[in-house]
Design a protein around this ligand. Structure first.
Ligand code: RIB
Length: 333
């Protein structure tokens, strides 16, 4: 098998010039680049990523830990991460924690053993094993979405307070006065912040917050479905509901259909995330856009900036949510 030395000899350049051509790390004139590329073709030279890693002490691989969920939100963010990695010449090692503590720690250990250059954590607030970072103290980390808050890591958060407020203000603007909220699992930052935004909008508009109309869900279809069923079972019902994510809004739509309640005529509904499916529901879902691909790209850029400047101050970046009005919300009849 040809080595970098064989390529250098055939192209009549130094091995470091071959390396610069391969890695685009320095300007090399077009003629010399051409000679090197010809030699590579002639010798069928395939560079070894392993050899390069050993020399440069970087693997150009990023790790990512995600919580398993049927929620397409995560797939859309991962796509953004992969795309950005690809654009920048990095590989991505993706691990699904399935919300399981053992698996989270085992995956983390495996990524660290593989010497990934940095890790993106996008999973539940499950604790990482104590001692893990004693053995790998300097691994750069970025927390995206709603990971644990108290870690030594840069943080990208979703602006949930603003988003919850936007969703609720939209319903208030349409004339709704009786508004309920299906929250995510309380205690998780994304769920708490969106609820806080709902409460702020209600209070600012001078509307009562009825505790029996705030039902805790689980950020999944089933939770949205049972929360809406619980709302519908009450003697007095709201005319509009803000669901803390699109998955719960979809589950809620099903409960409304089963109860023969038409949306938006008898009940307006707003979700959160703007997953691709939201546009295809009947009626199409009014929701809050989270820039998912942008979130993915931003986590990669933030992680690479941390890798380059490990001692720079911790960064906390907040995304800007945006209201997307579709068919599931209207003026109360
Ligand atoms: O994990 C559930 C939710 O958290 C997602 O729908 C997204 O909104 C995220 O913030």
């Amino acid at each position: 098998m040809a080595t970098i030395k064989d390529v250098a000899r055939l192209a009549q350049v130094s091995t470091s010039t071959v390396s610069h051509v391969l890695n685009k790390t320095r300007f090399v004139s077009p003629e010399i680049t051409f000679r090197v590329e010809q030699a590579i073709d002639e010798l069928h030279y395939a560079p070894s990523a392993l050899a390069r890693s050993l020399k440069s002490n970087e693997t150009r691989t990023l790790g990512m830990l995600v919580t398993a969920s049927a929620n397409p939100f995560f797939a859309e963010v991962v796509q953004g991460v992969e795309q950005r990695c690809f654009e920048l010449g990095y590989s991505l090692a993706l691990c699904n924690t399935r919300g399981d503590k053992e698996r989270l720690n085992a995956s983390m250990e495996m990524l660290l053993q593989k010497r990934v250059d940095g890790i993106i954590l996008m999973c539940t607030q499950v604790r990482l094993g104590a001692g893990l970072f004693d053995r790998y103290p300097s691994v750069p980390l970025v927390l995206a979405d709603w990971g644990p808050m108290d870690m030594e890591a840069d943080l990208i958060q979703d602006g949930g307070k603003q988003g919850g407020r936007l969703a609720t203000e939209h319903l208030i603007g349409l004339g709704h006065r009786h508004i309920g909220c299906i929250t995510g699992p309380l205690g998780k930052r994304a769920a708490d912040e969106r609820l806080a935004g709902f409460k702020t909008a209600m209070t600012t508009a001078g509307l009562p917050i009825r505790p029996e109309w705030i039902i805790e869900g689980d950020f999944e279809l089933a939770g949205g479905n049972s929360a809406m069923s619980a709302l519908l079972a009450q003697a007095e019902r709201p005319t509009a509901v803000f669901a803390g994510n699109d998955m719960m809004a979809m589950g809620a739509l099903r409960a409304l259909a089963d109860a023969g309640i038409s949306v938006p005529q008898q009940m307006s509904l707003v979700g959160y995330d703007n997953i691709e499916l939201a546009h295809y529901l009947v009626p199409a879902l009014t929701t809050i856009e989270q820039p998912k691909a942008g979130l993915g790209a931003l986590t990669v850029d933030t992680l690479l900036a941390r890798i380059k400047a490990p001692d720079s101050p911790r960064r906390v970046l907040t995304l800007t949510p945006e209201l997307i009005v579709r068919g599931s919300s209207q003026t109360p009849v």
